[in-house]
Structures are given as C-alpha cells and as structure tokens.
Design a protein around this ligand. Sequence first.
Ligand code: AMP
Length: 396
Amino acid sequence: MITIDDFNFENKRALIRVDFNVPLNDEGEVTDATRIEAAKPSIIKVLEDGGSVVLMSHLGRPKGSLNPKLSLSHIVDTASETIGVNVKFVADCIGDNVRQAVASLESGEILLLENLRFYAEEELGDEKFAEQLSEWGDIYVNDAFGTAHRAHASTTKIAAYFSGRKCFGSLLANEIIAIDKVLSSGEKPVTAILGGAKVSSKITIIENILDAVDHLIIGGGMTYTFIKAQGGEIGDSICELDKLELAINLLEKAKAKGVTVHLPVDVLAASEFSNDADVQISAVDQIPSGWQGLDAGPRTLEHFKSVILASKTILWNGPIGVFEMPNFAKGTIAMGTYVEKATKQGAFSLVGGGDSVAAVKQFGFADKVSYVSTGGGAMLESLEGKTLPGIAAILN
Ligand code: AMP
C-alpha cells in the first residue's frame, strides 16, 4: 500500500482530497471539527517536508449549484485553528482564480478550494472536471475515507492523472489497515458484534464477515427477526416478517462455516416505545404480547461479556439497544465497557459504520477502543466486502 509516508514533498504541491463535510449550525459555525482533526496528520506531514497543500472537499449536498450556506469559507477559521496554520481560501475549485491562488502558494502554506459539489460534474465523476482539478497538485493524496465509496471526480477519476504520483493519506491508510485487521489479518478469536434496527440492512455484511469471524454476537432490533424465525414469542418487538427465512438461512450458513452465533437470551422489555415505559426482564423468546424488547437483559450481557473478553479482534457495528433513550442505553454502555476491557487486555477493536460510532462517542468510549472509523457508508461497504472505488483508484 502506497501512503503519504512514501513521498517527500519538499517543494512539491500536495493535492489532498479531504472530508471536511463537517456539521454547521444555523450561524454557519462548525459544531464538530473531528473530520478536520482527522485530516491533520497528512497535512502536517506535507508541510514538515517543505511542501504546500491544496485541499479539496465537499460540504453538504448543494447538488451541483452554488449555495452560499454550504460554502467551505465557513470552515476556514476552524480549519486554521485545528491545523495550527493559517488556511487560505479561494472561492472556486477550477478556473483562473484558482490557478492564480495555486501559483502563488508557497512551501508551508495551505489553500482550501471551494465546495467541489457546487459543480454537478463532481458527483457525476466527470473526466474533464477531474482533469481540471488535477492541475492543482504535483502529487495526489486521497485522505477522504468518508467518500471513498463514491466514484466521484475528486475521489476516483482524478487519480488517473497522477500515475506514480498518488497515495493514501494517513487517515485513509489507517482505515484500510483497521478493516484488514478485522476481515483478514486479525488475531483469533475474531468476534463481530452486530446490532442496529434491521436485519435487512446488514445481510451482506453478515454474509461477508462469516468468512472472517469465529464469533458473531447479534443484538439490538435485529434479534427479534432471528428469534421469531426460530419459533419464539417476541410480543410487539421490531421484526421483519419477510426476512424470517433469510434469518434461518444465515444461521445455517454460520454453522456450516464454524462460526458460533450468540443471540440474546433475555431482554429488557418495555410496555411501549418510550423512555418512560414500564419495563420487565423477559426471556427473549417469551416476550408477552403488548411488550417489546428494547435492550439486552442481564444474562445476555453476562454471556456477551465472556465472549468479548475472550476475543483478540473485535468489530462492533450497531447498538444493541435503543441507546437514544437513557433507560434502554444500559446494554450498549455495558458492551462499551467490555470492549474497552478487552482492548486494555490487548485485543484490537474497531467500531465502525453508523450508529455504533455515535454511541461510543456519546458514552465516552471513543478513545478507549483501538479504532473508530470516520466513514459510515464507506465502512459498511468495506464490511460488505466491496472494493471501494476511491481505494481502487490509488491501487491501480
Ligand atoms: P442501525 O442504523 O441499523 O445501526 O440501527 C441503529 C438503530 O437501531 C438505533 O437508532 C437504535 O435505537 C435501534 N435499535 C436498537 N435496538 C433496537 C430495538 N430493540 N428495537 C428497536 N430499535 C432498536
């Protein structure tokens, strides 16, 4: 894998595709600079080598037209503060103004281009647009994991113009290494914890990771489709009735591949889908009608704990209860403490894809696991076994 560390940027201009798609409040202020922070190591590496940096990113979904609310000018101050170097800005990403700004850029300086998605050509993966962008750097660095699953001009098509002069940034390289550890090179036993609302959104992931894991822990709303499929009484719990056969199929596939599947044995059942509902502990396959399972029960958590603490590699995708409601967040928080403990004991733990990332951040586990992925959709597609176009474009 060719990374930014394989190049010396002295007197070179690095054209870095970053993911500065940060949340803004109504005043246009950045409310979470995590993504800017994440791109910092690559930017600093180029500057320390004695090079200059041209940054390109998208922000929001302007759908090919100029939308002042989604101008990257809003993030310039935060980017300067976060990176610790003054960031210059040019109000376009192609054309003469950009050419001038790039030409006057000196070593040690950073220039941020305007939102790429002000041009429809970006998302269309337009070759001409990619070629225009490619003029702004000597070496192309892709450090935007969050958009690596999109075949856009700046993430994929552009790489063709940098034969022998393209690489992964530190962030993207770390994401690739973390995924590889879980899917192919992880120390055994490898355990995947899959939670979340629906089986339907996780089918391809389950099928793909069965080849990589020794243990599969299933939790969250997905549980009830599996329990119902096996003849259990799930009351009013969330269930996908059209996926019952598929659930049985997945369990049989797991068995055939020697994967041990761990489903909840008890749940915290609620009288309604509300934080203030009445609750009772119920066997997972004997939930009374009118009640619904919203979190894992104590015996389940004890069992999951023993599996997690015995694991050397852990993937966690999806909360195991309705963590947005404090009364049903305890199972997900407990799982966080088990993953934290396993990590302290030397296990590699990756949290990625969707709501589990939100949950570990909310409950303070983000710096207690080995790696928290920065890309929702890109992580999910990686776990599904797909080759991401942004990654393939650097490797080709
Ligand atoms: P996903 O995006 O598929 O990872 O699903 C995450 C969502 O699943 C979160 O919003 C959780 O509240 C929800 N969830 C987890 N457990 C349950 C459950 N037992 N019943 C309903 N929703 C759940």
